[in-house]
Design a protein around this ligand. Sequence first.
Ligand code: GDP
Ligand code: MG
Length: 163
Amino acid sequence: MTVKVAIVGRPNVGKSTLFNRLVGKRLALVDDRPGVTRDRRYADGRLGDLDLTLIDTAGFEDVSDQSLEARMRTQTERALDEADLALFVMDAREGVVPLDRIFADLLRKRDMPVVLIANKAEGRQGDHGVGEAAALGFGEAVPLSAEHGEGMADLFAAVVEAL
Ligand code: GDP
Ligand code: MG
């Protein structure tokens, strides 16, 4: 079984770093789907013994007359439409910011499993944000360092429990 996973959250929280870590050596298999989904990247990945198809909700490089927030919302909604589970990433060091709440509201409207991740939690600098994240309404956040690969076993356990 392959689980389709959308990685969502506001810019700069580490979504693409997590995507790359879960994809690992398979990055060469990234499907760019030119012209169709500039805002989203797809690749196969693995977490524990789970096979994943990952969807990274990415940048806003394209010129558009939509506001950034509307663009983010649209690409996130499309990724969620395709996914079995959402990885909702926030920044443990910055704590919960208003934009995180917009994503939380959007996820709450859906009947799909959500695993909340407090990223950049290496060291102790993220402790406060990890605690704050629970206020987003998706239970305790999984502390993670996508950059350093810390917390991946806990992430696997949380995903298995959520599915
Ligand atoms: P995105 O916009 O959500 O896709 O975020 P990126 O993956 O592009 O990461 C944004 C910034 O956060 C980059 O400078 C990353 O190197 C950094 N970053 C990502 N994950 C971590 C992490 O676990 N710890 C720290 N300290 N920085 C991270
Ligand atoms: Mg990104």
